[in-house]
Design a protein around this ligand. Sequence first.
Ligand SMILES: *[C@@H]1O[C@H](CO)[C@@H](O)[C@H](O)[C@H]1NC(C)=O
Length: 438
Amino acid sequence: MSPQTLFIVLASLVLCNGYYTEESLYKTKNAQHYYPVHNGRLIRTKHEHFGLITRANRAIPLSSRPRGTVSVDDFGAKADGRDDSQAFGKAWNEACSRGAILVVPENRIYRLKPITFSGPCQPNTAFMLYGTIEAWTQMSAYQEDRLHWIMFDSVTNFRVGGGGTFNGNGKKWWQNSCKANTDLPCKDEPRPKAVTFFQCNNLKVTNLRFKDAQQMHVSFEKCFNVIVSNVVIRAPGDSPNTDGIHVAETQNIAIRNSDIGTGDDCISIISGSQNVRATDITCGPGHGISIGSLGADNSEAEVSNVVVNRATLIGTTNGVRIKTWQGGSGYARNIKFLNIAMQNVTNPIIIDQYYCDRAEPCQEQDSGVQLSNVLYQNIRGTSASEVAIKFDCSRTVPCRQIYVQDVILEPQGSGGTIATCQNVRYVNRGKFFPQCTH
Ligand SMILES: *[C@@H]1O[C@H](CO)[C@@H](O)[C@H](O)[C@H]1NC(C)=O
């Protein structure tokens, strides 16, 4: 038994006994180190102390294991460049009604038009993607629903995995976007999200690649109890609105050990989301890890219990960001950003309560989303711009209970860094550099 294996075994013993350790300090550059794979199985070395998530995804009793496999090829999928949607639809209906594993064979590239895989299914239905699924590129195929390419709707006790790739083939969509050649805010034509999970419960999305989404890569909407792990997401840094993982109105979601580089937020968390935990995330290029935007068009926002732990951000425009519009109401609270390494990040720490992504300027308003109880702990690295820390809080609802502990952000090149802090009440412990200049 190698020392590493021994460590893993010990760690899993500790895990099984329910021992809970405080989050350790950030130690490595490479998030992979935290999750060694043993006999092809991912070993958790950390206790994810996270309510229902672990319970919901415990080993499935034998009696309810999936019943058999269903290959899309047996239903006529050809992977020859033509549309395989019909075969996938039939294979899904079979797998879903039996609680079987739908298999998409490896070393083959299937093309799909927009398609919805609907539940409810028999429990433990799975979708194992070993090969590649590419999006149909002709836009006319998306006329009925311009917002979705692949959707999993109302599926419970469901897992998607296999190591294969969802390729959104988004280039044509990006070129048509009004953001393509300019940073100016604009109103875009709707573009499809690559993969959407809608109203899914007890969901596991593991060991997959997503690339070149038409818009966002993976979106969780109104889901409950979700684990996302070992996911790689890639799109060019200048591809518009290609968020990596989007979390909306979703509760109890753990995103782990994933590597995301896109043209927008690596992870974006918006209203209605609660108990969101992102651990061991590598991000870049991209716009960083964002909560928001919240409160657009005077809407009410509610986000709480978010933990981002052990992230590495490389060359991103933002590091950890909270953004809200003027107007709006509600709150974002109980948020922790822990053990984060920043490398040449333009706005490493930013709260922007005057967010405005429109052509016409946004007027200051006398309401806003209340931000409170936000912890920044052990955040180190370099800032590409002078303003390494920006707390631009609302004048009408100042930020409360902002805790800064052991935060050190040096300039990437020569020069210095500063912090700008408006309408914020903060407490600092340990190191805090650069400090607020008023
Ligand atoms: C740092 O980031 C800036 C702005 O994004 C970029 O111009 C510069 O080349 C980067 N420097 C390094 C050393 O990566």
